[in-house]
Design a protein around this ligand. Structure first.
Ligand code: C2E
Ligand code: MG
Ligand code: MG
Length: 754
């Protein structure tokens, strides 16, 4: 104010106006800063932050050029991040380098206020402000002005406020970016989690078995719909309300804790069968497969309905022990009862028994002239008449075609046997009426009395059989006692036994091979080696005669070794001639004594090694009866044999204790169904059903199945229809010599013969 003329000084007015303008602008900027603060979250990148800051400053300061330099947290180097206009970047960089040299940048960091300077070319004034908070340094802001603003202290304050906000914006931006990143990771994780949940839920739903999740008390915590259908319960009444044990009938036997323990050890195949009581379909036989889920003591229990398998097993067992035509005990059951009788006698001399070996006279001619159907009916009637002559405690078994064996316990003298044989003859004194025909039946009986012999179990039947043959020689309805013929016959047995060793040494044994056929292609895929004895005086002796004698005398070990050597030698020749037959199979029969002999694995390995026989092409056939004797040792041997590469087949399956348990337990590769079962497959529905069950079960267990003794096209067609893959029998080829086999292979491979 000019005090003289009371007029305001013009300069002062201008200055005050400028200050007022600055103040207004500062106030506006402060208001704008409020918006700016609240809009911090909206920035998508750092460049937007810088531009927003400059936009604020420009309301007060005429900024020509500007630049943001970021700072490296490690070595504190600063680097251009953004500048305007971009085409001035080189110029700006030159200026900043100059400022660094002059230590002005370092000072800006130190003093944390707006510093001023001039560009080296004096073209611009510079405002330099470090972007720092207490937590971190973000960089430096360089502002180029053509004219220095009037009120520098206000500019400094405004710049400081804007730069502080910019720092917060940068800080928030980093934070939001981190949060966004975490959110993205979380979303990704959630997506993956829900995907895998869908996979697991679908897998659980579609295991193919009723399946539940239980806790350590057996309480059901989760179930698939198959379990609902299987149990007949709905989900709301099951989950956390029922224990799995509530469905198990023999809960006493069912030690859940123990099972869970087993599952910890990853023994998930629990071989015990339980009875599962379900509302919908009654009782079921089940296997439980338990495995730990690995979380919170939760276990997954898959339930396998093995009712059908169990029934088939029972059927098989019954079939295994009974003759299907007459329903009498068969050879196997008889052998079992006989063993008991022999053991009882060994324990106490007084426990005597008698064995009748009965063979019908002229049965073959009846069969041939009147046909098999009449023959079968006759056998059924005969069985009934014999049975009706006996006490309940006695056993009568059908031993083979028209042979029956009676075991009488507690019988010690000839007199009692005579009474019984006469009673039997009397029963047959009246004719049997079949198809309007009256058939008179007579028979020959050989009797062994344990009181008259010191006889071993293996000889009992043989001696009774020999006696029957002697009786046959005497005419019809005759009886011969074994103690009356024993000496002569023992001599014969001894004769063969004595010659067996010589026979082995003199190379009297040879092998015939029976082709094995893949039924779907009708091609040979291998052969079974069958031993023969060419005795110089007796002629060709079949294995069923000499193998038992060899087993009894212990000579089966050197004989078995010889057979393996012979078969391997022939096989090696075939490999030479037909190198393209890389997977031609060779089956060799092993007897129980061989299996139980310590050297068997080494023997096979060393013979194969010498001749370079690929052991994966060798299959050893063993009979079911093996498993009854010494399960542990047999299991060990099978394990060792499998380890060296050979496969294992069960021979004559269906005639012994056809337990599926063995198939599972011993890791068998192939099952050969006995030819007795195959023989009547087209006529006898029981046989048909049994073979069907076997095929189904073996398929379920992943085993190969071969039908033995296919003799005609009808049997073959039936088997193909039943989906049996492999076969063997006279219909294709009988056992034959090595050279004949070579010709067969050559024919199939259309190779020229030598
Ligand atoms: P296997 O192992 O069941 O052999 C099959 C038997 O059935 C052979 O009798 C064979 O000739 C006969 N066969 C094959 N196809 C048919 C057919 O269509 N119809 C009929 N009725 N029979 C057929 P083989 O050669 O007399 O052998 C009898 C048994 O002697 C063999 O039964 C086997 O258990 C045993 N065996 C043979 N060679 C050896 C051997 O080297 N070692 C041992 N331990 N046992 C042997
Ligand atoms: Mg065999
Ligand atoms: Mg067989």
């Amino acid at each position: 104010m000019d005090p003289l003329n009371n007029k305001p000084d013009i300069n002062q007015v201008q200055r005050l106006e400028e200050i007022a303008r600055y103040s207004m602008a500062a106030l506006e900027l402060c208001a704008a800063m409020g918006d700016y603060q609240t809009s911090l979250t909206k920035f998508k990148n750092r460049k937007d932050i810088f531009e927003r800051a400059v936009q604020g400053l420009r309301q007060m300061i005429p900024i020509s050029l500007y630049a943001f330099y970021s700072v490296d947290a490690h070595d504190f180097d600063i680097e251009l991040e953004h500048c305007e206009p971009p085409q001035k970047q080189v110029y700006i960089k030159g200026v900043v380098d100059f400022l660094i040299d002059k230590n002005i940048v370092a000072r800006a960091f130190r003093e944390k206020r707006t510093l001023t300077a001039r560009t080296p070319d004096h073209k611009y004034h510079l405002l330099i402000h470090a972007l720092t908070t207490t937590a971190r340094s973000y960089g430096v802001f360089f502002c180029f002005l053509e004219k220095i603003p009037l009120e520098m202290s206000i500019v400094d304050k405004i710049t400081t406020i804007v730069m502080k906000s910019t720092c917060y914006a940068l800080e928030n931006f980093d934070l939001y970016r981190l949060v966004d990143q975490k959110n993205a990771e979380l979303t990704e994780k959630n997506t993956r989690l829900s995907e895998s949940e869908i996979i697991y839920r679908n897998t659980f739903e579609n295991t193919g078995n009723p399946t539940v999740v239980v806790n350590s008390e057996g309480m059901i915590t989760y179930t698939n719909s198959q379990f609902l259908a299987f149990s007949g319960w709905d989900r709301s009444h099951l989950i956390n309300k029922k224990r799995l044990t509530d469905f198990i009938v023999q809960s006493g036997k069912f030690d859940f804790a123990l099972l869970l323990l087993a599952s910890e050890k990853e023994i998930t195949d629990n071989p015990i069968t339980y009875i599962f009581e379900n509302g919908a379909t009654g009782k079921k036989n089940v296997f439980l497969k338990i495995s730990s889920l690995g979380i919170d003591s939760q276990y997954i229990v898959a339930i396998m309905d093995v009712t059908r398998i169990k029934e088939a097993e029972k059927e098989l067992l019954h079939h295994a022990l009974h003759d299907h035509l007459t329903s009498l005990p068969n050879r196997m059951l008889l052998q079992d009862r006989l063993s008991q009788a022999v053991r009882k006698k060994k324990r106490n001399e007084q426990n005597d028994y008698a064995v009748f070996f009965i063979d019908l006279d002229r049965f073959k001619s009846i069969n041939d002239t009147l046909g098999h159907a009449v023959g079968d009916l006759l056998l059924i009637q005969t069985a009934k008449r014999i049975q009706s002559s006996l006490r309940d405690v006695d056993t009568v078994a059908r031993f083979g075609g028209d042979e029956f064996v009676i075991l009488l316990e507690g019988v010690r003298d000839k007199k009692a046997c005579e009474v019984l044989s006469q009673r039997i003859f009397k029963k047959f004194s009246t004719p049997i009426n079949i198809a309007d025909q009256e058939l008179f039946i007579s028979m020959s009986i050989g009797i062994l009395l344990s009181s008259m012999h010191n006889v071993e179990e293996v000889d009992v039947i043989r001696l009774a059989d020999m006696s029957m043959y002697e009786a046959k020689k005497l005419g019809r309805n005759k009886v011969v006692y074994s103690h009356e013929i024993e000496e002569k016959k023992i001599e014969k047995k001894l004769y063969l036994e004595n010659h067996l060793l010589k026979g082995i040494q003199a190379d009297e044994f040879f092998i015939q091979y029976q082709p094995m056929i893949r039924l779907t292609t009708n091609k040979i895929f291998g052969v079974e080696a069958l031993a023969r004895w060419r005795h110089p005086e007796v002629g060709i002796i079949p294995p069923n005669t000499f193998i038992p004698i060899a087993e009894e005398s212990g000579l089966i070990i050197p004989l078995g070794r010889k057979i393996i050597e012979l078969a391997f030698t022939d096989y090696a020749c075939w490999m030479d001639r037909f190198p393209e037959l890389t997977d031609f199979q060779l089956c060799i029969n092993l007897s129980i004594k061989q299996m139980l002999h310590d050297d068997i694995v080494d023997d096979i390995q060393s013979s194969a090694g010498l001749l370079k026989i690929p052991l994966q092409n060798v299959c050893l056939e063993i009979t079911e009866s093996l498993f009854i004797d010494d399960t542990k040792q047999v299991a060990d041997t099978i394990h060792k044999l499998k380890k060296i590469g050979v496969s294992i087949a069960i021979d004559d399956f269906g005639t012994g204790y056809s337990s599926l348990k063995y198939l599972n337990q011993f890791s068998i590769d192939m099952v050969k169904i006995d030819r007795l079962l195959i023989h009547d497959i087209t006529k006898n529905t029981t046989n048909f059903n049994i073979v069907t069950s076997m095929l189904l079960l073996c398929e379920a267990m992943g085993l190969n199945v071969m039908a033995e003794g296919i003799e005609d096209i009808k049997q073959l067609e039936k088997l193909i229809q039943m989906k049996c893959q492999l076969g063997q029998g006279y219909h294709f080829a009988p056992p034959q010599d090595k050279t004949a086999i070579e010709q067969l292979i050559a024919k199939e491979n259309t190779l020229p013969l030598p």
